[in-house]
Design a protein around this ligand. Sequence first.
Ligand SMILES: CCC1=C(C)/C(=C/C2=NC(=C\c3[nH]c(/C=C4\NC(=O)[C@H](C)[C@H]4CC)c(C)c3CCC(=O)O)/C(CCC(=O)O)=C2C)NC1=O
Length: 169
Amino acid sequence: MRDAVTNLIKNYDVAGRYFDRNAIDSLKSYFESGTARIQAAAAINSNAAGLVKQAGLELFEELPELIRPGGNAYTTRRYAACLRDMDYYLRYATYALVAGNTNVLDERVLQGLRETYNSLGVPISPTVRGIQILKDMVKEKVAAAGVADTTFVDEPFDHLSRELSEIDI
Ligand SMILES: CCC1=C(C)/C(=C/C2=NC(=C\c3[nH]c(/C=C4\NC(=O)[C@H](C)[C@H]4CC)c(C)c3CCC(=O)O)/C(CCC(=O)O)=C2C)NC1=O
């Protein structure tokens, strides 16, 4: 598992090089955004359960067939499994936000997920929609917590969405 700093060190160590201008710039931007990343994590932590529940409601309102007979989230057990997955996405996205790197998502979330979803018939594109709804809600919370520029919040959610849709094809 890597963060922005250990990732940079790894890359420069492999090449046996001192940090150059690019490296210094990316270190600067990581540390300068540090407070915002922590504020984002705090805003998510104190609202996590509500965010997951709200995002689930919005997803099922948008795609009600998911929770009708024949839908993958139909039955209480599968409904709960779906919300639990959303909770995983939110929690790991928070780790990635603090790390400033998406490596934790590749290692802990995405590995083998396609196989699992395919074998259980969990539909990918509604899952991606759920992740995007979560992202938008998180950005609202982070903005409300006083972070002016919330674009950095996109990265982990978009990474999950991208990787999940790509590996499904
Ligand atoms: C931390 C990393 C991690 C992830 C990501 C993870 C996902 C994950 N989701 C699963 C199931 C599931 N996932 C869903 C999710 C959904 N169904 C829908 O229609 C919606 C679109 C969507 C919610 C947004 C459902 C319904 C199941 C249960 C499927 C079944 O058992 O038939 C399973 C199968 C085992 C189980 O039910 O627990 C795994 C492993 N597990 C992990 O350890």
